[in-house]
Design a protein around this ligand. Structure first.
Ligand code: MRU
Length: 383
């Protein structure tokens, strides 16, 4: 990566029919704007375009999804990633599922059965972020409300309305999270982990929206971004977003966080979440738990920012959260470069759980939950 942060803006790639480097309306190739993670183009017979985050920061490339398999692959490979963004991708994937049946002469019953089978494939593409199943289940509920003789075309129309609603809601939730969080963010430099910005959501982000909202309100600070091993969401994505916005960002290896916190320079740690239980235990990118322990040891407030769609009130303890384990190669050969001898094994959980007691506050679109307790969660979420 270029050390000056002078990121190649738009590298043209090979002419693959499934890819485009034309972002079109809403495209944000100009410094100062936020990128967008995905968008639907056209009517219900249209396509989902996903910004391929595995290519960042090298260049902007969109994957064109016209079927569910392409969406599932993009979610599994982290081309689209971040809890809210994969939920939105899942919702649009449901429109494609209905579209797959069109032109195959399937009757309403067979079309519905196909879409519901695809729903399960989408919902299980990644296990930890509850937003994915939440969004797919919203789409399934739309189908359940339609008459049994609804055609595949009408299913797709209704599913597109719901997917667009989920996407638009997420934009509003991000804005509200940014507002609530900026109001309580202590003055000074901020440490964050993984990527929680526009790339990870359908809007401005969660934890990163708090940071950018505070910045836009005139606050000045440096953001320290953990590199986030093994897939480098912090250095590749968070630093990229912040450089786009002109916000000072300093990348550190994950192992430097303790030393940084010990210097007393960090006013607050703020991260996102993939699933938060009824008691406030929060799953987030691997390394978050260690960061929370370090923050506690150094008396630095540790905040989680997440929309209500990230809460899973059906489970109480973080021990019940399924933790995704990913391929050994991500650790043994990061970015394809061998980093361990042949024959070595790898332990590669993608997430860990931070217990509620280490979290100073959970910033949601409905307000800040602090101190974190079952009662306060129920009260703020209105459940
Ligand atoms: O594996 P990833 O990159 O999807 O993990 C993402 C995270 O852990 C984010 O912090 C979380 O989804 C919140 S995104 C607003």
């Amino acid at each position: 990566m270029n050390q000056k942060g002078d990121i190649p803006r738009f590298q043209a790639k090979e002419n693959s029919p499934a890819r485009t480097n034309s972002g079109g309306e809403g495209d944000s190739r100009n410094r100062g704007m936020s990128p967008f993670s995905l968008r639907w183009v056209g009517d219900a017979a249209g396509q989902l375009e996903i910004l391929d985050q595995t290519r960042l920061p090298g260049g902007l490339e969109w994957i064109v999804c016209r079927d569910v398999d392409t969406v599932v692959e993009a979610i599994k490979a982290l081309r689209v990633r971040g809890a809210p963004a994969i939920g939105i991708a899942g919702a649009y994937g449901m429109v494609l599922a209905a579209g797959e049946t069109a032109g195959h002469g399937l009757g309403p019953e067979a079309a519905r059965a196909h879409v519901l089978a695809r729903a399960e494939e989408l919902a299980t593409a990644r296990p930890t972020a509850v937003n994915l199943r939440w969004a797919v289940e919203r789409a399934v509920a739309v189908i359940a409300d339609l008459p049994a003789d609804t055609t595949a075309v009408a299913l797709a129309d209704a599913l597109l309305v719901e997917a667009r609603a989920i996407h638009a809601e997420d934009r509003r939730l991000c804005e509200a999270i940014g507002r609530h969080g900026a109001a309580i963010l202590p003055a000074g430099d901020i440490l964050t982990h993984c990527n929680t910005g526009a790339l990870a959501t359908g809007g401005a982000g969660t934890a990163l929206a708090v940071i950018t909202t505070a910045w836009d309100a005139g606050r000045r600070f440096t953001v320290f971004a953990d590199e986030t091993r093994p897939l480098l969401q912090g250095s590749r994505l968070t630093a990229w977003e912040l450089v786009q916005r002109g916000i000072p960002v300093t990348v550190l290896v994950d192992a430097a966080a303790g030393h940084l916190l010990a210097t007393g320079r960090i006013a607050a740690v703020i991260v996102g979440a993939d699933r938060i239980t009824a008691c406030g235990d929060a799953a987030n990118k691997i390394g978050t738990y260690g960061l929370a322990v370090l923050a506690e040891a150094h008396g630095v407030p540790f905040f989680v920012a997440a929309p209500s769609s990230t809460f899973d009130l059906a489970i109480d303890s973080g021990k019940e959260i399924p933790i995704e384990e990913r391929a050994a190669e991500e650790v043994l050969a990061p970015l394809g470069v061998p980093a361990a001898p042949e024959g070595a094994n790898a332990f590669n959980p993608a997430f860990d759980v931070t217990p509620a007691r280490l979290i100073r506050g959970i910033i949601t679109e409905k307000g800040v939950i602090s101190p974190v307790s079952r009662e306060a969660i129920r009260e703020v979420l209105g459940g």
